[in-house]
Design a protein around this ligand. Structure first.
Ligand code: GTP
Ligand code: MG
Length: 494
């Protein structure tokens, strides 16, 4: 329901006495922040938003700024280049919640775009879908806020607009309203004053109206989050109880093996190699920073927290591919991963992303790839959530409760899951706790490890060898062909 225009300050310009702002925007895949929280701190003139970790929930902060009572709401960012279906439900709800944190509704949305970000064409549908989380009037209340760490000239900005049709589209949607904010200069209050003037002008254009919020919708969001929070706390308690019982078995004399064998599997880009490195405490596996996808299994060893560890890294499957769509070579490698640590792994770590939504196709893919092994594999499997830094103030249990696919996987593993932050090399307890969980799983299992079938291992080895020979032969033939062609072009053959 639209609210009536607010009363203006008598004797002053026709501006609302309060100013309510919501910061929105995307995230880059490389994890660099887009500057929403920093922009909030600059606007409010205080470090009120935590910039040391990812903003995982919408938060409102208030200050007196330039003689006005200003509320700024910071929100979690979505992935600039991914469509809405890749944004977790937890993030979607938090983004929607933002407008309810500054009643009766924000005067302005600031769409934060880092100055050095190139906006690819697929940002356009992504932005459109994410702004559809709000009502249709959102664009008429939005100003594009370019954040910069160092002042950039008008010319640079102009050439940026020229080069990017996506940016031109965004500006067009926002009535060409834009502002540049230097987020490294808190002393520069003139830039904030100018921003307020632009917001006031937009509010005047909107005939004094702010973005209207639907209270019933706000209540429904709060209710949904309450259900998740209750489920999360219940699951957390269950896990603690379960772990205590298993620990008691170990303390009662069931001595865990001093050498643990682990295999990491999962979809492509699920942070398997990084997790392997974190667990081993060294750079054993190549991390994919754009060009280093794991294509063959690799094995490495280390001594960690008084345990000898063997870890196998494996190639990932494409995240929504069925078994039929997965290449024979990848399938053989994935299946073979278990054979590389005979007689079999004590633990299989199934890498699952925390930072993107997992849909039913993702689940079907996991189920199909896991069917390369015997059903018993699930008894030895722990769901390994990487990118723990993504969680921010949220708990992994909240993430699980907000996602039915994750619930299925975690339940299938009898509530065994663990979170790793592979960017934090200082936190040794995260690996120690994982090893504890592996020992507890071992203690509760009838079979100490997932036993591999040596005859199947020999069969795979033979197939791989035959494949390698064939590949070598093809390489020789194509090598010879290109040599002949080269010589022909160089006129050496007549
Ligand atoms: N922020 C953050 N990034 C991570 C984390 N773990 C891995 N990454 C990044 O995620 C990307 C992929 O990581 P990898 O470990 O190579 O993933 P992978 O599953 O082995 O990838 P493929 O072998 O290509 O399938 C890299 O850019 C890592 O730096 C984490 O805990 N936090
Ligand atoms: Mg890898």
């Amino acid at each position: 329901m639209a609210e009536a225009p607010e009363v203006s300050n008598p004797g002053q310009r026709d501006v609302p006495p309060d100013l309510r702002i919501v910061l929105i925007g995307g995230r880059r895949l490389d994890g660099r922040p887009s500057g929403k929280s920093s922009a909030g701190n600059i606007i409010l003139g205080q470090s009120v938003f935590d910039t040391s970790r990812r903003t995982a929930q919408s938060e409102a902060r208030q200050q007196e700024v330039l003689s006005r009572h200003v509320t700024v709401v910071d929100t979690p960012g979505w992935w600039w280049i991914y469509t809405l279906q890749h944004t977790t439900k937890l993030d979607q709800i938090e983004i929607q919640k933002s407008v309810h944190l500054c009643p009766p509704g924000p005067h302005a949305f600031l769409l934060v775009i880092p100055n050095d970000l190139y906006l690819y064409p697929y940002v356009q549908p992504s932005l459109k879908q994410h702004l559809d989380l709000f009502s249709a009037e959102v664009f008429s209340h939005t100003i594009v806020l370019f954040t910069e760490a160092a002042p950039c000239s008008d010319e640079t900005l102009k050439s940026k607009f020229k080069r990017s049709p996506t940016l031109r589209w965004i500006l067009q949607q926002c009535g060409n309203r834009k502002h540049v904010l230097n987020i490294s200069d808190r002393e520069d209050r003139a830039q904030v004053k100018m921003l307020f003037e632009k917001i006031d002008a937009m509010v005047a254009d909107n005939r004094g109206r702010h973005y209207s919020v639907d209270g019933a919708h706000g209540n429904a969001l709060r209710e949904e989050m309450k259900v998740w929070a209750e489920g999360a706390s219940k699951r957390f308690d269950q896990v603690q109880k379960q772990r205590k019982e298993l620990r008691a078995l170990i303390e009662g004399g069931k001595v865990p093996p001093e050498h643990l064998r682990l295999v990491i599997i999962g979809a492509h880009y699920a942070a398997r190699s990084s997790a392997g490195n974190t667990i081993l405490g060294k750079s054993a596996f190549d991390v994919n920073n754009g060009d280093r996808r794991t294509t063959c299994c690799k094995i490495s060893h280390s001594l960690v927290a008084d345990r000898r560890l063997t870890v196998v890294d494996s190639p990932g499957w494409f995240y929504i591919h069925t078994l039929q769509e997965t290449s024979e070579m990848d399938k053989l490698e994935i299946e073979n991963s278990m054979n590389l640590c005979p007689p079999g792994p004590h633990a299989v770590l199934l890498g699952i992303p925390l930072a993107t939504a997992v849909n039913p196709s993702y689940l079907r893919s996991v189920q199909e790839q896991m069917s390369l092994f015997r059903e018993e594999i699930w008894k030895h499997t722990i769901v390994l959530f990487a990118r723990g830094d993504w969680l921010g103030v949220k708990t992994v249990e909240e993430r699980i409760e907000s996602d039915e696919v994750l619930q299925w996987m975690v339940n299938k593993c009898e509530n065994r899951y663990h979170v790793l932050n592979n960017k934090d090399h200082s936190d040794k307890t995260q690996v120690e706790e994982l090893l504890d969980k592996i020992e507890e799983m071992w203690a509760g299992n009838e079979n100490p490890y997932y036993e591999v079938d040596p005859s199947r291992a020999a069969e795979i080895e033979a197939k791989k060898e035959a494949g390698d020979k064939k590949a070598k032969r093809i390489k020789e033939i194509t090598g010879r062909q290109s040599r002949v062609l080269k010589e022909l072009f160089e006129g050496k053959i007549h």
